[in-house]
Design a binder for this molecule. Structure first.
Ligand SMILES: [Cu+2]
Length: 419
């Protein structure tokens, strides 16, 4: 049996989305607690799905009234697609159209060059709900940069926003001028100013970048953040396997071979990587009334973007529909590069229904730092790799969400559609 049937999943998604949007658009000064209080039965259904159908149907007898999103409208801004963003890795060779990029050799080193701009823009975080964002290349989260360990990442950054910004990378950086903080190097870049950041891609792992202008919390929560993925170099792993494992004992030849194979599966330049379905998820949040607390939570910006709309139950969805589950092949290994950009709340989390996974904290090891868990938490800027195997599950819908139930009810609730 799939974990939940399509109509129940669509029902709970729609009800939560509608209540969230109505709360936000009905009164922009509404507090998060008021939103939660208004969620009532539907809210509790998000996490304990067993009762969702019965409770939903009791006051949900008019399908025409709730059968489409007319009450709250669909997404107006379609420039950013959370589904495309999931697999948009900017490697210099390939990535997104709005990220000028190239890869070339310089002094025997691979350089991956990107052009970033910071702009003030409007993004849609739920149907009919817009947010005045500050964004790298006009999108929140910013583009995902992907390099191989030891490469030079060169980011030509121009600030076209009205406030002063920087880019600060969470990398091992031996040149403080490139740290992207107000106190060093070029400092903050005022409107119209440019600077070229150069960072060595190290250590291997999944990392984070963000604006480091003050006040920091505003520059981050407005949308200036993104992911840097550093793929491990299999040859380095072969030479120094101990750098990549949290294991103190002797490393046998078999283990060394296994770690090298694992590194290849993580490295986008190797065929072994093609066998893994990789996704980027940035847990984020939005303070729509600027009261210092969040009203909307999401993975990749749009509340309930990976919820259930009107799929037909065979893995298809209505053309143009923006709300749909993440479709995965049950026989393929799944890897999620997860980071937490949630402002104002101390931690965020990731929880899977009917499933357990391995977790690699910061992605800096080739062996799991937590094995067979169904919930992990991340503090702000923490990140890691989640690996999932659905090969022994029935096809169907499997929920995952923040296990702060409040966050799930306010947008951070999603489904995998296992086919
Ligand atoms: Cu900033």
């Amino acid at each position: 049996m799939p974990s939940i049937d399509y109509s129940s999943a669509a029902d709970v998604t729609e009800r939560l989305e509608q209540q969230l949007v109505e709360s936000l658009t009905g009164d922009t000064s509404v507090s998060r607690r008021t939103v939660l209080g208004g969620l009532g039965v539907a809210g509790s259904a998000a996490v304990g799905l067993g009762s969702s159908r019965a409770s939903a149907s009791s006051d949900h007898d008019d399908e025409d009234e709730h059968g489409n999103f007319g009450a709250v409208g669909e997404y107006r801004d379609l420039d950013f697609d959370p589904h495309e963003f999931l697999t948009a890795f900017n490697t210099g060779e390939s990535g997104q159209d709005n990220v000028p990029q190239q890869v070339y050799e310089e002094d025997g080193q691979t350089v991956r060059e990107f052009e970033f701009t910071a702009v003030d823009t409007t993004i849609t975080i739920a149907p009919g709900v817009e947010f005045q964002a500050w964004a790298y290349n006009g999108q929140v989260p910013g583009p995902t940069i992907r390099a191989v360990e030891g490469d030079l990442i060169r980011v030509k950054f121009t600030n076209l926003g009205r406030h002063a910004h920087t880019i600060h990378p969470h990398l091992k950086n031996l040149n403080p001028r490139m740290d992207g903080i107000p106190q060093n190097g070029p400092g903050v870049l005022d409107t119209g100013e440019s600077f070229t950041y150069e960072w060595i891609a190290q250590p291997a792992g999944t990392h984070f970048y963000h604006c480091h202008s003050l006040p920091l919390k505003e520059h981050i929560h407005r949308g200036l953040y993104g992911t840097i993925i550093v793929d491990p170099d299999p040859e380095r792993v072969r030479e120094n396997p101990r750098d990549y494992v949290n294991y103190p004992g002797p490393i046998t030849d078999d283990m060394r071979t296994r770690f090298v194979e694992e590194a290849k599966s993580r490295n986008h330049e190797y065929a072994e990587n093609d066998a893994v379905n990789e996704m980027v998820m940035v847990m984020n949040s939005f303070d729509t009334n600027f009261d210092g607390g969040n009203e909307v939570y999401a993975a990749n910006t749009r509340a309930f973007a990976y919820g259930i709309g009107s799929t037909d139950g065979t893995g298809n969805w209505t053309a143009g529909e923006t709300k749909r589950p993440i479709q995965i092949d049950k026989n393929e290994r799944q890897r999620v590069y997860l980071s937490n950009a949630t402002e104002f709340d101390l931690i965020n989390s990731f929880h899977t229904h009917s499933q357990f996974f391995d977790y690699y904290d910061h992605g800096t090891t080739l062996t799991p730092t937590r094995k067979t868990v169904d919930t992990i938490m991340q503090t702000q800027a923490q990140r890691g790799i989640i690996e999932l195997d659905y090969s022994d599950h029935e096809p169907g819908l499997y929920m995952f969400h923040a296990h702060q139930s409040e966050f799930a009810e306010l947008g951070w609730m999603s489904f995998f559609e296992v086919i």
